[in-house]
Design a protein around this ligand. Structure first.
Ligand SMILES: Cc1cc2nc3c(=O)[nH]c(=O)nc-3n(C[C@H](O)[C@H](O)[C@H](O)COP(=O)(O)OP(=O)(O)OC[C@H]3O[C@@H](n4cnc5c(N)ncnc54)[C@H](O)[C@@H]3O)c2cc1C
Length: 377
């Protein structure tokens, strides 16, 4: 009996979303990843703060994150047991108490810290300035470079192909599937995976589909030196309760960020001097640190669906067109689970049992949720 030839799947986007799904598909399909830039992880995936926190995002995002922990740990992707600390200021007591209650209900190891405990953990925050905070001890730094490289290796080990420097310019329907055209080649595909990060709606437009309303939002970060003689190795990610800034240790220095969400077109995001200056000022006002001139500023786009939940699944308007977008500010913490789910959806398998147990359904993540109200053609 003649065996059925494996499906040809073209994945558009060589960030963590596209690479992790390509890796999860393994040798069950002929996977080709097309990335416009000269190297993988050039956009959002090369610009993140690399934190994994189980208290971040809405209920579905937290479910996806919880389901990823084992793979992140087992894969050797934990770079440091960092911890995450939400800091309240004078007058914020009620808000901090409320947040502590909410986060403890989600993650029992979360603790309410007094002002003295917070100052002992992060001595650059004066005891008199804070009302204490909410501490998540099990938040970790992820080795994002290792994760990208591991996904790329697994993809290739499964027979997959990665082409960098190839921008997809056209997606057309053929009798058997799709024809995906780049500047240099044409790729036939049974399935097209749209993992184009900030460009997901642009790529949908190439297939003549209206976008789902994704919004890229710029976030700025930079590096600075810790105070002379300070041992910052045990500092957690420190985030202002009002999300006006954050900072965290990174390889002996500190990453600072304005924690902003500025709407942007899809583009190669660059940092605005004013955003860096505001972040420096806010961190200096809140701590005893004097940053002076920060170095290596960068910006990246965090892309959100209208309900801030990732979108994964086939588009009911165009058979074979698969969405994998809207990873927002949590792409690394949710990607391995989304990849498992995507692989199951593409190969007609069941929803992973651990996800179902966490109350995450395929329907809640499907693109259909934005199409229900669309007028009939
Ligand atoms: C400052 C900042 C801090 C962050 N901090 C964290 C954090 O602490 N923890 C966390 O989990 N996440 C964090 N994130 C979010 C995380 O980085 C993203 O969610 C994730 O990287 C998104 O991955 P992606 O593959 O969807 O997008 P991308 O990495 O942007 O990849 C999409 C790729 O598609 C390619 N592409 C687009 N159009 C085409 C085309 N026509 N043809 C070919 N290729 C195309 C692009 O070139 C791009 O490389 C942060 C992001 C930023 C910017």
């Amino acid at each position: 009996m003649q065996s059925k030839s494996p499906q040809k799947i073209v994945v558009i986007g060589g960030g963590i979303a596209g690479l992790s799904l390509g890796a999860a598909l393994g040798d069950r399909a002929e996977v080709t990843v097309l990335e416009r830039e000269p190297h993988l992880g050039y956009h959002a995936s090369g610009r993140s703060a690399a934190l994994f926190t189980e208290t971040y995002g809405n209920r579905l995002v937290r479910g996806l994150t919880l389901a990823s922990r084992r793979q992140i740990v087992d894969g050797g992707f934990v770079a440091h047991r960092r911890g995450a600390l939400h800091v309240g200021w004078r007058g914020d007591d009620a808000a901090i108490d409320r947040l502590a209650g909410e986060l403890q209900a989600l993650v029992p190891s979360v603790r309410r810290l007094s002002a003295a405990e917070l100052h002992a953990l992060v001595p650059v925050i004066a005891e008199e300035a804070t009302c204490g905070g909410v501490y998540e001890p099990d938040a970790v730094d992820v080795d994002t470079g290792k994760m990208l490289a591991a996904c790329a290796s697994a993809l290739k080990a499964g027979g997959g192909i990665i082409r960098t420097g190839e921008e997809v310019r056209e997606i057309s329907r053929t009798a058997n599937g799709f024809s995906v055209t780049t500047g240099t080649a044409v790729y036939p595909a049974d399935i097209v995976v749209n993992a184009a990060g900030a460009w997901v709606d642009v790529v949908a437009g190439m297939a003549e589909l209206a976008g789902l309303g994704f919004q890229p939002k710029r976030r700025t970060a930079f590096l600075f030196d810790p105070p002379a003689g300070a041992d910052i190795s045990g500092w957690p990610l420190v985030v202002d309760l009002h999300e006006q800034f954050y900072f965290k240790p990174d390889a002996g220095r500190l990453i600072g960020s304005l924690a902003e969400e500025t709407d942007s077109e899809p583009c190669d995001a660059y940092p605005e001097d004013i955003d860096v200056a505001i972040a420096v000022d806010r961190i200096e006002q809140a701590t005893s640190m004097r940053i002076g001139r920060p170095s290596t500023p960068w910006a990246g786009l965090r892309t959100f669906a209208p309900d801030r939940t990732p979108v994964i699944g086939f588009d009911p308007r165009l058979p074979g067109f698969f969405w994998l977008g809207g990873q927002g500010g949590y792409g690394f913490q949710v990607s391995l689970t989304l990849a498992r789910l995507g692989s199951a959806l593409i190969s007609g398998g069941a929803l992973p049992a651990d996800l179902a147990a966490l109350g995450v359904t395929a329907a809640a993540l499907a693109p259909d949720r934005f199409l229900a109200m669309a007028p009939a053609p």
